[in-house]
Every structure is written in structure tokens, then in C-alpha cells.
Design a protein around this ligand. Structure first.
Ligand SMILES: C[S@@+](CC[C@H](N)C(=O)[O-])C[C@H]1O[C@@H](n2cnc3c(N)ncnc32)[C@H](O)[C@@H]1O
Length: 211
């Protein structure tokens, strides 16, 4: 229902389609799984088409993904957007996985593209960005993204008062980052528990603004 050409920036973190389960959190019901994280290719296909429809001309999109299905995500992304970078987010700590048979995973990927042409507002960053992962004990969502990283994308590809969209909001990290940068946002999240936590996080951003 979002009108055509009404959004200024998409910063989004969809299910990576890899049935993610955090080893440390399996005992906790809230962190058990990510909805639509298995075989939801149709959802991603439809979502990218919608992102293109609702974005204004000459705007940008940042979409997180992992290397596991980069071929699918990149192909679908390029159906709609001019791919400008495959940004590497260096998380500075490496995760688990096959401890004896694989290198320690230390990065995630972000597809960065344009609808038309979008100029960077802030200083030009390299396409490998160091930003510490949120420590496990502080996570409000199993795949929570640091607002510091999201704020860099928002500052660099939108202006104050612009509307930022995230159709897979989790606990609203993109919304918090947008609010902290003086942008508006539109966000969707399937799991009501995450919506509740996201609203609490947003209340504390508003409380800081009110001081
Ligand atoms: C990778 S997580 C996003 C985490 C978020 N970046 C954060 O920092 O909290 C993807 C989210 O998309 C949600 N989701 C999956 N399918 C959805 C759908 N059809 N509509 C809205 N949200 C959906 C999941 O519940 C999950 O919270």
C-alpha cells in the first residue's frame, strides 16, 4: 500500500535464507529462528520489486546478505538496481561454524545499489567497513545490526527528513538509526515480540530527543 515513488532510501536486512539459528541462544524461545529464513526466494523476489516501485528516482538501497546465497541475492538485486558496491562489513570477531574445517567467518555483505543515480552525501568510505558486532549478551534480536553501521549508510545516502524503508525490521535497528539521524521511517516486522522490543528502543531515542 506504500505509494509509488514515495521512499527516499531502503536500508534492509532480509532473512538470509540459511535457516539461521544462533548456537548460544537456542535455549531461548525468542531467539530460536528467523521467520521465512528457509526457501523464501519468492518473498525476496517480490520484495525487491516492491522496493524498486516505492523508491523515488535517483535514490539508493542497501541490502544485507551473506555469501551463502550471494548469487541469488545479487542476481535478483540487479534485476532492479544498478549495483554499485558489494560492501564488506568486517565484524572484527569471527563466529562459529565448522571449527575444524572452515575459516572463521568474520564478515557479512551489503549490496549497495541505485535506482537512477544517488550521490553520496558524506565522506567517501572504503567498501570494507569495520564496525564491531553487538556482543551476544546485548543482542535484542539474533541477527541485530549495529546502529552505528546503519547510521553511516543513512547519513551517506539520504537527507534529514527523508523516509527510510526497512521491510524486515527485526527489533527496529534501521528505525532507531533513522530516528537518530533525523529521518522518518517505514518498517514492517512479522514477529510481534520484536515489534514490542523495537518500540521500546524507539521510545528511548525519542526520550533522548526530548531532553
Ligand atoms: C535478518 S532479521 C532483521 C534483523 C534487524 N536488522 C535487526 O537489527 O533487528 C529479518 C527479520 O525479518 C522478519 N520477517 C521475515 N519475514 C517477514 C515478512 N514477510 N514481513 C515482515 N518481516 C518479516 C523476521 O521475523 C526477522 O525479524
Amino acid at each position: 500500500m506504500i505509494p509509488d515513488g514515495s521512499v527516499d532510501l531502503v536500508v534492509t536486512d532480509p532473512p538470509y535464507l540459511m535457516n539461521y539459528r544462533s548456537n548460544r541462544r537456542v535455549a531461548n524461545e525468542k531467539f530460536r529462528h528467523i521467520a521465512n529464513d528457509v526457501d523464501s526466494t519468492d518473498l525476496i523476489v517480490a520484495y525487491l520489486a516492491e522496493c524498486h516501485r516505492v523508491l523515488k528516482d535517483d535514490t539508493a538501497i542497501y541490502m544485507f546478505c551473506s555469501w551463502h546465497h550471494i548469487d541469488f541475492f545479487k542476481q535478483e538485486f540487479e534485476r532492479h538496481f544498478k549495483l554499485k558496491n558489494l560492501i564488506v562489513w568486517n565484524k572484527n570477531v569471527h563466529g562459529t561454524g565448522d571449527l575444524k574445517g572452515s575459516y572463521g567467518p568474520k564478515h557479512e555483505l551489503v549490496l549497495f545499489g541505485h535506482k537512477g543515480r544517488s550521490l553520496l552525501r558524506d565522506k567517501r568510505l572504503p567498501d570494507v567497513i569495520d564496525c564491531a558486532k553487538i556482543p551476544s549478551l546485548k543482542l535484542t534480536h539474533p541477527t541485530e545490526k549495529p546502529t552505528e553501521l546503519l547510521r553511516r549508510f543513512i547519513r551517506n545516502s539520504s537527507d534529514p527528513g527523508d523516509v527510510v524503508l526497512d521491510g524486515f525490521a527485526g527489533t527496529a535497528s534501521t528505525c532507531v538509526a533513522a530516528a537518530e539521524e533525523g529521518r522518518d521511517f517505514i518498517a514492517f516486522e512479522l514477529e510481534t515480540d520484536y515489534v514490542t522490543v523495537g518500540n521500546i528502543r524507539l521510545d528511548s531515542v525519542n526520550a533522548v530527543d526530548a531532553k
